[in-house]
Ligand binder design. Structure first.
Ligand SMILES: *[C@@H]1O[C@H](CO)[C@@H](O)[C@H](O)[C@H]1NC(C)=O
Ligand SMILES: *[C@@H]1O[C@H](CO)[C@@H](O)[C@H](O)[C@H]1NC(C)=O
Ligand SMILES: *[C@@H]1O[C@H](CO)[C@@H](O)[C@H](O)[C@H]1NC(C)=O
Ligand SMILES: *[C@@H]1O[C@H](CO)[C@@H](O)[C@H](O)[C@H]1NC(C)=O
Ligand SMILES: *[C@@H]1O[C@H](CO)[C@@H](O)[C@H](O)[C@H]1NC(C)=O
Ligand SMILES: *[C@@H]1O[C@H](CO)[C@@H](O)[C@H](O)[C@H]1NC(C)=O
Ligand SMILES: *[C@@H]1O[C@H](CO)[C@@H](O)[C@H](O)[C@H]1NC(C)=O
Length: 487
């Protein structure tokens, strides 16, 4: 909790920067009360109730087997394969006295093949990716290059075979063809709101005003390429600049060194001996579940990567379901729907516990994701000051990015952020008063925080968000190196 010491200084700085940024009458603008930097627990729901997680028999109506959410359930329903995001159908247009001035979108990449580490030792069927192309090339200053496309093929002559899917033509991971189309639709949906409904984004792509950003993991570039053509179809086969920070300091993934955060997470989460963490892993229903899954999959029961948490089984099983592939079988039985649902309940519980339920989660996330949050605050400030041309930033990230962000915003109900899961920050200015407000959307609807100083982030004074960020991480992230240093 070391970072809570900086509140007063941060509040002072906040006061000065947000009043000078006002272009009209600031005295009438509601001022945000001093930021409340305390952690508040999430709402108790089935997701984080251990009894219903262990003894339950369903998966809360959440969807795991298709990118398409059926029309007879609300669009905001959790869909692991393709999470709900901002789109014109559900979007609520604010009062016309508000004008939109800046938008920053961040979302997880779309559905993909599993990571190699999550494939079972021996799969019975191939996973083919012949329905898409992976391009990799570089060009010198004359921009001349052949568009190299990878042909992933195993040599029959090579006596060494990769583990997992036999004869595969995929990279593990790569965004699948279905995930690429979901990414393109995501871009089209964002455009349907910020161009079609609000006339905010320009009709043709403008690289001075619209920024894309990705991580060092190539799957985020695969997604960005489709988001871009979803927004601007004329970008097809054109060059689009995309920001990426250097490897090992990237704040979006995040990748910058933060040993204090790692120690803190591992003191109460994955790998820890904290009884509150171990409760769900050592319960009889869980040990039985692991034993049955191990016997089916060939995973070694003493392989800690597969048993320290549900991440690997979750990724392995959900990737198949999202791509309409069969559940694994051994020679006698197959993984059942009940078993997959038991895995998914436990996996979602773990994300809620690691990022929200444990009281240390806020400090761990603030240290490891504070730089991105400070960058967001800076972007909002430059938009208010009118010192930047950029009106729209679009970040393609990972579940670890989204989880830490939701952790810092203290979302009221935490889940494992599924494929494409999105948070949007909108900066609005009231025309009549000149006052600045923000709205934050999660799954396409207003994000509700358990922190009473944030609450429902629906047209709240911009100072409420900026004061909170400054208090946690310091202006321009200056507290973060200290928060990350091992004490
Ligand atoms: C600012 O707003 C307040 C309250 O609405 C009003 O009394 C004051 O005259 C305004 N000042 C200016 C400079 O417009
Ligand atoms: C789960 O159900 C079993 C059998 O009905 C019961 O003994 C056990 O206490 C329950 N576990 C929890 C955590 O509620
Ligand atoms: C997905 O699962 C639900 C619930 O079991 C089922 O009703 C639906 O038909 C399945 N959809 C697909 C595409 O398999
Ligand atoms: C799931 O794990 C099994 C067992 O290791 C592996 O054979 C398979 O390739 C994995 N599948 C996916 C989709 O990860
Ligand atoms: C990819 O390589 C395989 C094996 O060498 C070959 O059979 C196949 O024709 C190649 N595909 C393309 C598109 O070149
Ligand atoms: C993989 O390829 C080899 C060599 O062509 C073939 O013998 C084998 O049957 C294939 N395995 C599967 C599961 O398709
Ligand atoms: C298949 O898995 C089941 C249940 O997980 C297990 O009981 C059985 O022994 C396994 N069969 C083989 C042949 O490994």
């Amino acid at each position: 909790m070391r970072h809570f010491g900086s509140v007063a200084v941060a509040a002072l700085l906040l006061g000065s920067s947000w009043t000078t940024a006002q272009s009209t009458n600031t005295t009438s603008c509601p001022t945000a009360p001093p930021a409340d930097l305390n952690w508040y627990p999430p709402t108790k729901t089935v997701v984080n109730d251990l009894e219903s997680v262990l003894n339950g028999t369903n998966i809360y109506g959440y969807i795991f087997n298709s990118s398409t959410t059926p029309l007879d359930v609300p669009y905001s329903t959790y869909n692991w394969c393709n999470m709900p995001h901002t789109r014109a159908n559900e979007y609520i247009i604010p009062d016309p006295d508000f004008e939109l001035r800046y938008v920053e979108v961040i979302h997880r990449h779309h559905k993909r093949t599993p990571y190699a580490s999550n494939t079972f030792p021996q799969e019975q069927y191939p996973w083919l990716c012949n329905d898409e192309s992976l391009y990799y090339y570089a060009a010198p200053s004359d921009n001349s290059a052949a568009q190299i496309v990878w042909n992933i093929s195993q040599s029959p002559l090579n006596p060494f075979k990769p583990t997992g899917f036999p004869n595969s033509t995929c990279q593990f991971p790569q965004i699948t063809a279905g995930g690429l189309l979901d990414s393109r639709q995501h871009g089209a949906d964002v455009f349907s709101v910020y161009h079609d409904l609000l006339s905010f984004l320009p009709s043709t792509f403008d690289a001075d005003r619209i920024f894309f950003r990705v991580t060092n993991n190539v799957i985020t570039s695969q997604v960005a390429a489709q988001v871009a053509v979803g927004m601007y179809p004329s970008l097809d086969s054109h060059t689009v600049p995309v920001t990426v920070q250097p490897v090992n300091v990237d704040s979006l993934e995040p990748q910058y060194p933060c040993p204090a955060s790692e120690s803190l997470y591992s003191s109460y989460g994955v790998g820890s001996t904290d009884p509150a963490w171990l409760a769900h892993l050592t319960a009889p229903s869980t040990t039985q579940l692991f034993a049955r899954l191990d016997a089916l999959s060939g995973v070694n029961p003493s392989d800690t990567a597969w048993h320290a948490w549900f991440d690997h089984y979750f990724d392995n099983l959900s990737a198949r379901l999202c791509h309409d592939k069969p559940l694994p079988c051994n020679s006698s039985v197959c993984v059942s729907d009940a078993m997959t649902e038991s895995v998914f309940r436990r996996g979602i519980y773990e994300y809620s516990y690691i990022y929200r339920d444990n009281p240390h989660s806020l400090s761990a996330s603030v240290a490891s994701y504070g730089v991105w949050l400070a960058e967001l605050a800076y972007n909002i400030r430059t938009a208010m000051a009118g010192t930047s041309n950029v009106v729209y930033r679009h970040n393609v990230a990972h579940d670890g990015s989204m989880s830490r962000l939701l952790s810092m915003l203290q979302v009221d109900v935490m889940v494992w952020p599924g494929m494409g899961s999105e948070v949007v920050f909108e900066l609005w200015r009231r025309k009549s008063s000149g006052c600045w407000v923000v709205r934050v959307l999660w799954k396409g609807v207003v994000l509700r925080s358990s922190n009473p100083g944030l609450g429902a982030l629906d047209m709240v004074p911009v100072g409420a968000l900026l004061g909170y960020i400054d208090g946690l991480v310091g202006v321009n992230a200056r507290e973060v190196p200290g928060l990350c240093a091992e004490s």
